[in-house]
Design a protein around this ligand. Structure first.
Ligand code: ADP
Ligand code: MG
Length: 300
C-alpha cells in the first residue's frame, strides 16, 4: 500500500513524504501525532526499529551554502557505544555534520534522528543538547577565572543559574561524580587550580569533562587534539579509549596518526561532503580514492 503524509521540513515548510509501512512492529498509537497541536509528525526511520543499536541516523543529508554543496547526500549511522572517527581533508564537511546533528544548521534535504524518539530536524539546539548530545568545539570554551572543580560543578548544574549553583551545596553523590570525571580527564591534582593556568591540552580535557558531567549519550568531538603536544595527544588517546563503550562518540579529526591510535572499528572518510570510504583504518588508508583525496596532505 502506498500512502503519504504531510510533514514539516527542515526549512519549516510542509512537504509530502511517503509513508513507510512497518511490518515488524505493531502500530504505535502515539506515532504520527505530534505533541504540538497534534500536527502530523515524521516517523523514525525504519532501520532504527530493525537494528535497535543505532543511536544516530543521518540519511541523504544535503546542505548548500551560497550554491556550494557542503554536504552531498550524506548517509551515516552510529551505533550505541561506538567510537566513530570521521576523517577527511579540510573543507570536506566534517564540522558541518556536527552542525546538522546539533541543530545549528538545517539541511536542505535528508533525515536525521537521535534514537527513535528525537527528530533532529524538528528540534532546536537546546532540546537536542538536553536529549543527550554533547558537543566539543575545536577551541576550548571553559571559564578561565574559575577553578577546574568549579567548571565541572557548573556543567553538572546545567541550566541552573551560576548564583544558585554556588549557593547550593553539592550532594555527596555529585562530589563523587565530579571526582570520577577528574580522574578520567587526568585533572585530579589540578582541581583547585584556576583554569586559565592550565595547558591547552588540559583545557581541552576539562571541556570534555564538562560535557561528561551532563551525562551525554553521544559525544561529538571536533578535532580534539588540534594544537596539542605529543604527550597530550597520547593522554587523549587513553581518555577516548576509556570512554569508549560507555558513550557513543563521534570524533572528527584531521590528524591521521591520532585516528589510527583510537579507531578500532569503523572509520568514515569524508570528501566533498560525501562518504568516500568506510571501514577499518587499514581498509580506508589503502583505498585508492582516499589516497587521491589526501594527495598533498600528510598520510601516514
Ligand atoms: N555556515 C557556513 N556558511 C558558509 N559556508 C560554510 C558554512 N559552514 C561550512 N561552510 C563551508 O562548507 C565547507 C565544509 O566546511 P566544514 O564542514 O567546516 O569542513 P571541515 O570541517 O571538514 O574542514 C567549507 O567549504 C566551508 O567553507
Ligand atoms: Mg572542521
Amino acid at each position: 500500500m502506498s500512502s503519504a503524509r504531510i510533514v514539516r521540513s527542515a526549512r519549516d515548510s510542509l512537504v509530502l513524504r511517503p509513508d513507510i509501512e512497518d511490518e515488524d512492529e505493531p502500530e504505535d498509537p502515539h506515532l504520527g501525532l505530534g505533541s504540538r497541536g497534534g500536527r502530523p509528525r515524521a516517523r523514525p526511520p525504519k532501520a532504527m526499529r530493525r537494528q535497535d543499536r543505532i543511536l544516530l541516523f543521518l540519511e541523504k543529508i544535503s546542505v548548500s551554502f551560497d550554491g556550494f554543496k557542503a554536504l552531498n547526500d550524506l548517509t551515516l549511522y552510529i551505533r550505541q557505544g561506538e567510537l566513530r572517527c570521521v576523517i577527511g581533508p579540510n573543507g570536506a564537511g566534517k564540522t558541518t555534520i556536527m552542525d546538522i546533528i546539533t541543530g545549528k544548521t538545517r539541511p536542505d534535504s535528508g533525515s536525521a534522528w537521535f534514537t527513535r524518539d528525537l527528530n533532529l530536524l524538528e528540534n532546536d539546539e537546546v532540546a537536542i543538547a538536553q536529549a543527550g548530545i554533547g558537543r566539543k568545539f575545536q577551541k576550548p570554551s571553559v571559564f578561565e577565572n574559575l577553578t577546574v572543580f568549579q567548571n565541572l560543578e557548573l556543567a553538572l548544574a546545567g541550566s541552573k543559574s551560576v548564583w544558585r549553583t554556588f549557593r547550593a551545596r553539592l550532594e555527596a553523590g555529585e562530589i563523587e561524580f565530579i571526582d570520577e570525571i577528574l580522574g578520567r580527564i587526568a585533572l585530579r591534582d589540578e582541581r583547585g587550580r584556576q583554569t586559565g593556568l592550565l595547558s591547552h591540552g588540559q583545557k581541552q580535557w576539562l571541556e570534555i569533562g564538562m560535557i561528561l558531567a551532563q551525562r551525554p549519550k553521544l559525544l561529538l568531538l571536533d578535532e580534539p587534539v588540534a594544537g596539542m603536544a605529543p604527550a597530550e595527544i597520547d593522554r587523549t588517546v587513553e581518555l577516548l579509549r576509556d570512554l569508549e563503550g560507555a558513550h557513543s562518540i563521534m570524533v572528527v579529526e584531521h590528524d591521521m596518526e591520532f585516528v589510527r591510535a583510537i579507531a578500532r572499528e569503523t572509520v568514515t572518510v569524508l570528501h566533498q561532503g560525501a562518504v568516500l570510504a568506510e571501514g577499518s583504518m587499514d581498509f580506508v588508508q589503502k583505498h585508492p580514492a582516499v589516497i587521491e583525496a589526501y594527495l598533498g596532505e600528510a598520510l601516514c
